[in-house]
Design a protein around this ligand. Structure first.
Ligand code: OSB
Ligand code: MG
Length: 378
């Protein structure tokens, strides 16, 4: 219930430790949009999940910044009845743009919880103090190369390996990882790269006892996933298709998935993500926490949410050093294959403001002047 006075939109560029390759593109650095909100009750931080290009979802970071500045923030600024729980409703007139909406809701929630001295974990009803860490392994140039990467992560203690796959890079890397590393928890993610006519081919993966196959078909092909599930025994997990609790309920009822990957950004924010968690729990569908190569801020929120009871599988919640030489918060470190859940107020992490300045590409302030939202500092 605090007045939203100003929002700082800051673009930072973080070099990735290793380029991340998937069927939706190659990422050499993370171009991230961070939000800092100033409210009557204090400050809060948000992180936008969008990537630089609209190749995973239709959103991309420049587009998110634009829609926030021109359409979303003006609907929130200066409202004296603003709470995180009311953000989605206030933004309902704007269709879609879930990652942009999620970023501002996260920042308002952080401000609110910090002022109440309540952690995200407590707010979500966390049931564990540390969460199992998995790691997502991009598409590599050769089998020896992917075996080297997987071996390194297993040595570090990661509790589950996810291999990105695409046509031409699927059965062979999976077979090679199984042969070299035995029965480690293993799953694959196709990021929509197949079609239903590939069903017989994808069924070859059944021989490797995978935990799941993530989003084999395009996001709007929910019914086709249900058809695929009749041919492939490996449990199907949806990522891109699940844009809301409604989409999750429909996909489950159709028999399109047995497991759901939750990414708060993809579904419009942590509050919708919590509704998906609860819905899946009531339907007996386990969930796990996805990842968007987050900085320590997004990671803090995701790790807190992953401590909820129905997060039954290790998430793509890897340690900071899997992505970045230096994070913008105290780094998340792997302890016995797990990340500790922050328990300080709000996101529970401190931003290294000096380092943040060093890697900042631009800062834009949006605030209210004489009753109208204006931007400063373009
Ligand atoms: O499909 O899960 C995905 C990264 C960016 C966009 C989409 C995906 C991913 C990952 C990496 O798989 C997850 C991570 O380690 O953050
Ligand atoms: Mg995925």
């Amino acid at each position: 219930m605090a007045l939203l006075q100003a929002i700082e939109m800051r673009r930072v560029r973080l070099p990735l430790v290793a380029p991340f390759r998937a069927s939706y593109g190659v990422h050499a650095e993370r171009d991230v949009l961070l939000l800092r909100v100033v409210t009557a009750g204090g400050e809060g931080w948000g992180e936008c999940a969008a990537l630089a290009e609209p190749t995973y979802t239709s959103e991309y970071v420049d587009g998110c910044q634009h829609v926030l500045r021109e359409h979303l923030l003006p609907r929130l600024l200066g409202r004296d009845d603003l709470s995180a729980a009311g953000v989605a409703e206030a933004l309902r007139p704007v269709v879609g743009h879930r990652m942009a909406k999620a970023a501002i809701e996260m920042a308002v929630l952080d401000a609110e919880l910090r002022s109440k001295r309540q952690s995200f974990a407590h707010f979500f009803g966390a049931v564990r103090a540390a969460v199992d860490s998995g790691v997502s392994v991009g598409i590599h140039r050769s089998i020896p190369a992917v075996l080297g990467t997987v071996g390194g992560y297993l040595d570090q203690g990661y509790r589950r390996i996810k291999l990105k796959i695409k046509p031409g890079w699927d059965v062979e890397p999976v077979r090679a990882v199984r042969e070299r590393f035995g029965d480690v928890p293993l799953q694959v993610d196709a990021n929509t790269a197949y079609s239903l006519s590939d069903a017989r081919h994808l069924a070859e993966l059944d021989a490797f006892d995978l935990l799941l196959i993530e989003q084999p078909l395009p996001e709007d092909q929910v019914l086709a996933h249900a058809e695929l599930a009749k041919v492939v025994r490996t449990p199907i997990c949806l990522d891109e298709s699940i844009t809301s609790a409604q989409a999750a309920a429909d996909a489950i009822q159709l028999g399109a998935c047995k497991i759901i990957n939750i990414k708060p950004g993809r579904v419009g924010g942590y509050l919708e993500a919590r509704r998906i968690h609860d819905l899946c729990a009531s339907r007996g569908v386990p969930v796990w926490m996805g990842g968007m190569l987050e900085t320590g801020l997004g990671r803090a929120g995701n790790v807190a949410m992953a401590a909820m009871p129905n997060f039954k599988l290790p998430g793509d919640t890897s340690a900071s050093d899997r992505y970045y030489h230096r994070d913008i918060t105290d780094p998340f470190v792997l302890v016995d294959g797990r990340l500790n859940v922050p328990d300080s107020p709000g996101l529970g992490v401190n931003v290294d403001l000096d380092y943040l300045k060093e890697i900042t590409a631009s800062v834009q302030m949006v605030q209210r002047r004489e009753g109208r939202p204006v931007r400063v500092g373009d």
